[in-house]
Design a protein around this ligand. Structure first.
Ligand SMILES: Cc1cc2nc3c(=O)[nH]c(=O)nc-3n(C[C@H](O)[C@H](O)[C@H](O)COP(=O)(O)O)c2cc1C
Length: 413
């Protein structure tokens, strides 16, 4: 693998010659780009000796060859690893700044980016840093560490850069793990639909799209070609995922039916409005004309999952006649079961048989840590053959991986 190691000016920069050595020992090609501050903390000569390559840090260096160095370098790696990632470089990456060689390369690279933060505990726990890290992970940047322990500043706590051997092990495990969705096309819906009453008012719901986006990211990492049909999202679409925006339930319905024949697996996490205005106004409704009360007439929106699983749309697989193919269907259900697992399972059973999908993941949104705006999720994955998999609480990324692994094992062999 071609690895670009980005080094910023954290004290753990002194460990990076060892990181370069271990990466090379594992058979990778390594090049190094760093900030000027990093070179205050680690020797350029040491890095050039272990990497066997010049260390790059100047945007406007004398030309050694025609071309633009930062753009050429940005297109070279399979992965970029920033270790240590300072609070400063994390903030710049989150904000899209490119005021030195390393951050310019980071903005220009299509390669996946990993960061191994290393800093004083207060810097790590500063709301700005945590917010920046959240933004980056939302964009698909992977984070290794930091660990907790003794810090160079004499204190102890979270913020210590993971050891070079740990960084190498995590990268190796990630890039050599099986890709069970390679060659598969996965269609995912996410986010909240908006049913407009007029151009400035709409009915919607609190979905942020985090769960669907986490599934899109996980499916991509498991090797799938992923299309995300999405309503309103509060998180960015991950790199490498085709985004198809849809505002209303009708638009989302249209997009799903347009894309479904190209999918092997369709996962419906979007919070699709059940009702829409019977007669949305083309122009803004004026309060003065409406008076003190406003009565809305709403009509049902189409039930996308139920329509997709209609007879004649048999599951894909050997033995099906042409024209009968449909993707494997996985539905999502947000239920309020008051923390009662047997009730949640019963609600999931009822919905699965009503919708006719192949599997349904139900979560209890009355629990803290399992709902629309939560960072975490948990719930039950129920298959049409009655098989039940309880998914414990985890980040939405962790839950997404568990769900996909179960779906692959049961439905996509
Ligand atoms: C001795 C020393 C050690 C430092 N260690 C860290 C560190 O571990 N993490 C960090 O975020 N900043 C650390 N800093 C502060 C950064 O070097 C400073 O924020 C700098 O602007 C970062 O620049 P860069 O991100 O462009 O490399 C350290 C500064 C000094 C003088």
């Amino acid at each position: 693998m071609k690895i670009l190691l980005g080094i910023s000016g954290g004290i753990a920069a002194y460990k990076t010659p060892e990181l370069v050595r271990l990466l090379k020992k594992a058979g990778h090609q390594v090049r190094v780009a760093c900030t000027r501050n990093a070179l205050e903390l680690v020797s350029r000569i040491a890095l050039e000796t272990v990497s066997g390559e010049p260390v790059l840090f100047e945007t406007f260096s004398p030309r050694t060859h025609p071309g633009v160095e930062h753009i050429d370098l940005a297109g070279w790696p399979d992965v970029v690893v920033i270790a240590p990632a300072t609070a400063n470089v994390i903030a710049k990456l989150a904000g899209g700044l490119a005021d030195d060689f390393l951050t310019t390369v980071l903005l220009a690279t299509p390669a996946p980016v990993w960061i191994a933060p290393g800093m004083n505990t207060h810097m790590w726990e500063h709301p700005a840093t945590l917010e920046n890290v959240r933004r980056l992970t939302g964009r698909g940047v992977r984070v290794i560490g930091p660990d907790s322990g003794e810090l160079a500043c004499g204190t102890s706590g979270p913020g210590r850069m993971s050891e070079p051997s740990v960084i190498v092990r995590i990268l190796e495990e990630h890039f050599t793990r099986p890709r069970p969705l390679a060659g598969r096309r996965v269609l995912i819906t996410a986010g909240a639909t908006r049913e407009h009453l007029d151009p400035v008012r709409f009915i919607s719901n609190p979905s942020t799209g985090r769960m669907g986006v986490a599934l899109a990211r996980a499916a991509r990492e498991l090797g799938a070609e992923v299309t995300l049909v999405h309503g309103h999202l509060e998180v960015p679409v991950p790199d490498g995922v085709v985004a198809v925006p849809a505002v209303s339930a009708m638009e989302l319905h249209r997009a799903v039916f347009e894309w479904k024949d190209r999918a092997d697996l369709l996962i419906m996490t979007a919070a699709v409005g059940d009702y829409m205005s019977a007669s949305p106004a083309a122009e803004k409704m004026k309060k003065e004309a409406l008076g003190a009360t406003l009565t809305l007439q709403l009509v049902r929106t189409p039930d996308i999952l139920a329509e997709l699983s209609q007879p004649g749309n048999a599951p894909s697989g050997p033995g099906n006649r042409p024209g009968e193919r449909r993707p494997i269907l996985v539905g999502f259900a947000a239920e309020t079961a008051g923390g009662d697992e047997s009730r949640l399972l019963e609600l999931a059973r009822q919905k699965l048989s009503r919708k006719g999908c192949d599997a349904l993941f139900a979560n209890d949104v009355s629990l803290t840590g399992a709902g629309f705006a939560a960072e975490t999720n948990q719930g039950v994955l129920l298959f049409a053959d009655g098989c039940v998999v309880w998914v414990p609480q985890g980040t939405k990324d962790q839950v997404a991986v568990s769900l996909l692994e179960s779906v692959v094992a049961s439905l996509l062999r």
